[in-house]
Design a protein around this ligand. Structure first.
Ligand code: NAP
Length: 308
């Protein structure tokens, strides 16, 4: 029986560990502060931001949501970020992606001062990651490493394959696994024989945004499979194709008119893997938890309060 790697459980553990650190900061100086910039009206982003603000409230972290309109310009966002960079009581700044089309996203991300870059996206922090220096790590890959650690999944000497090479998931994921001494292969849309590459993995991380693309043949029997994909399926035909052998998922689709699926086939993974993250409830909760950890750490660094 495959082990389910529960992100919800690890998230709760992480948040429990954050609480006394927030309390110490509050007693010695002030609570940590996180500013979230949500530009425009992307419905998925609104849900992600709501979850982040809620996690802050639960922990006693001060949070602010800034909501410039869909028509916001790059210059306006740069001014907003600059103002947040200057505010003493704000330790972390998160600019929620995707930004409206007319905005130069890379200029905006570059404008966030590296010490408040709780997403770990700033090139300076990516350089720190690359060279193994301390600094904020991108939340999703850092959350996956935490999940692997808490479930005592061996990494050293293991063959890891990362499907996807984005700056926010695939590349930092590969780097973190390599720093823990895995032998890492990164695959992408031009990779030849994707299935063959994937099937060599002891640890397979799927981060492509391709619903249920990873089927039985991609999964080495006994592998650990991490599914980063979050794909909302709204077509009945597609749902019926993917979930022909998963009546519960089909029923969920019928109830809600859509269903969330990862990049990994939810039935095949149970049959082949030794351990896997479910969608939802796997990687997703870890991302928010790591954002909280990064915010607390930024506050501790800025206020000179040690983690105890
Ligand atoms: P992204 O920027 O679109 O990158 C996707 C990567 O997958 C690219 O490197 C792309 O290759 C590769 N790819 C796409 N189709 C492929 C195919 N058919 N075969 C092989 N490689 C393929 O996406 P992302 O931001 O990394 O996110 C990936 C997924 O993770 C999305 O579903 C996203 O919603 C989800 N996500 C979830 C969380 C969470 O908290 N659970 C956090 C972040 C992201 P090229 O580089 O060659 O184009």
């Amino acid at each position: 029986m495959a082990t389910i790697l529960s992100g919800a459980w690890v998230r709760d553990e992480l948040l429990k560990e954050c609480k006394p650190r927030v309390e110490r900061l509050r007693q010695r100086a002030r609570p940590p502060g996180l500013a979230v910039v949500l530009a425009g009206n992307d419905p998925a982003s609104e849900i992600y931001v709501r979850n982040k603000v809620k996690a802050c409230q639960e922990l006693g972290i001060h949070s602010e949501k800034l909501t410039p309109p869909e028509s916001v310009t790059t210059e306006e966002l740069l001014r907003l970020v600059d103002a947040l960079n200057r505010r003493e009581e704000i330790d972390g700044i998160l600019v929620q992606a995707p930004l409206p089309r007319q905005v130069d996203g890379s200029r905006v991300l570059l404008a966030v001062t590296p010490e408040k870059d709780v997403d770990g996206f700033h090139p300076l922090n990516l350089g720190r990651l690359m060279t193994g220096r301390p600094g904020p790590r991108a939340c999703t890959p850092a959350g996956i490493m935490e999940l692997l650690a808490r479930y005592e999944i061996p990494i050293k000497g293991q063959r890891a394959v990362v499907l996807g090479r984005s700056d926010i998931v695939g590349k930092p994921m590969a780097m973190l696994l390599m720093h823990q001494h895995a032998t890492v292969t990164i695959c992408h849309s031009r990779t030849r024989n994707l299935e063959e590459e994937a099937a060599r993995a002891d640890i397979l991380v799927a981060a492509m945004g391709r619903p249920a693309l990873v089927t039985a043949g991609f999964i080495k029997p006994g592998a650990t499979v991490i599914d980063v994909g979050m794909n909302r399926i709204a077509s009945r035909e597609e749902a019926a194709r993917i979930f022909s052998s998963a009546p519960q998922k089909l029923a969920a689709f019928e109830r809600n008119g859509s269903v969330l699926v990862g990049d990994v086939h939810p039935v095949d993974v149970v049959e082949r893997a030794a351990a896997y993250t479910p969608v939802p409830g796997g990687v997703g909760p870890m991302t928010v938890a790591m954002l909280m950890v990064n915010t607390v750490e930024a506050a501790e660094r800025r206020l000179g309060v040690c983690s105890g």
